[in-house]
Design a protein around this ligand. Structure first.
Ligand SMILES: Cc1cc2nc3c(=O)[nH]c(=O)nc-3n(C[C@H](O)[C@H](O)[C@H](O)COP(=O)(O)OP(=O)(O)OC[C@H]3O[C@@H](n4cnc5c(N)ncnc54)[C@H](O)[C@@H]3O)c2cc1C
Length: 288
């Protein structure tokens, strides 16, 4: 057996935090971003493999929020019974690679890797999620919207472990939808993706229902996924009778700054995003 002296697999959070406090080390969870990013290089830094920290797995319900353990895999997200506001996150989970990747890849790995095309980010942004970071000096919580600051850049300090993602229960009864556009159906990096969370009034006739709260987030069209706050404001009070998609106008996409790359041109991405936002809002409203 090959033993790398700088590879350590702690069994408890306390042990993991102490190891990270003791000196600079790279964190390894599912490894599905970690290993591909290495290419032909070998790991020279110390590696702290946190995958045995079962205390950081699973979703629990607290008084005013849901706690998604950082090491929860995408397959666990798919399998766990959760309220409708998590439908978008579940759909995104089904889009992360294939089943093998979903069995290994974790929520924390997706957020800390901070790819502009990370499927987990728009649904969690639309849920007003916060991340919880633990180090030897304590615990801090930051809105996800502030945590990811650029392509592959986060506010995480070297000694901090992302232990959980926190979602306020205020959104629990809202509906949610995720749509992703890629160049093919499966195993695809997105050209654009949209997550919406919409809370409607509970009028008996669906056509009479109005928007009480709306969250719209778009990924893959800027270095960091963005919320469309002007659109969210305009959706308030809108009736579902003629579809919510009609509220969306090109200027609502102003926060986006897509690039031309091998997958699509910036112009195509803007056009596609407009249609995806319309489609996601209509579909979310139709499902009540
Ligand atoms: C074939 C393939 C297809 C893929 N398809 C998609 C896709 O469609 N959509 C998508 O979004 N992603 C995709 N991915 C990327 C990847 O699977 C996901 O981003 C996954 O969620 C990463 O989680 P992980 O646990 O494997 O992270 P790791 O690879 O273990 O870690 C990723 C990064 O996060 C850091 N990190 C991990 N855990 C923590 C923690 N708890 N605290 C602090 N830092 C931490 C690591 O140090 C590393 O820098 C794909 C990957 C592969 C190989």
């Amino acid at each position: 057996m090959y033993i790398n002296a700088s590879y350590i697999k702690p069994r408890t959070l306390e042990e993991a935090v102490a190891l990270l406090a003791a000196g600079e080390a790279r964190i390894l969870s599912g490894g599905t971003d970690f290993y591909p990013a290495l290419g032909d290089r070998v790991v020279r830094e110390a590696v702290v493999d946190v995958s045995a920290l079962t205390e950081l797995r699973g979703v629990s319900r607290e008084a005013d929020r849901f706690r998604i353990g950082g090491l929860t895999t995408w397959s666990e997200i798919i399998r766990t019974p959760l309220p409708r506001c998590f439908d978008a996150l579940k759909s995104a989970a089904r889009e992360v690679g294939g089943v093998q990747i979903q069995n290994r890849g974790t929520v924390a790995g997706n957020l800390c890797n901070a790819s502009p095309a990370a499927d987990g980010v728009p649904p969690l942004l639309a849920l007003d999620a916060e991340v919880e970071l633990v180090s030897g000096t304590g615990v801090r919580r930051i809105p996800l919207a502030d945590f990811i600051v650029g392509s592959r850049k986060t506010q995480r300090k070297a000694d901090e472990l992302l232990t959980a993602v926190l979602v306020p229960r205020a959104l629990e009864n809202a509906g949610s939808t995720f749509v992703k556009l890629g160049a093919r159906r499966y195993l695809v990096i997105s050209i654009s993706m949209v997550a919406v969370v919409v809370k409607l009034s509970d009028d008996e006739h669906v056509g009479d229902r109005k928007v009480l709260m709306a969250r719209v987030a778009v990924g893959s069209c800027s270095a960091v996924a963005r919320r469309l706050r002007a659109l969210e404001g305009e959706l308030l009070g809108a009736s579902v009778r003629d579809g919510l998609g009609r509220v969306v106008r090109p200027e609502h996409l102003a926060p986006l700054s897509p690039i031309d790359d091998v997958r699509a041109t910036a112009e195509y991405r803007m056009d596609a995003s407009l249609r995806l936002v319309q489609r996601a809002l209509n579909s979310c409203a139709e499902s009540g």
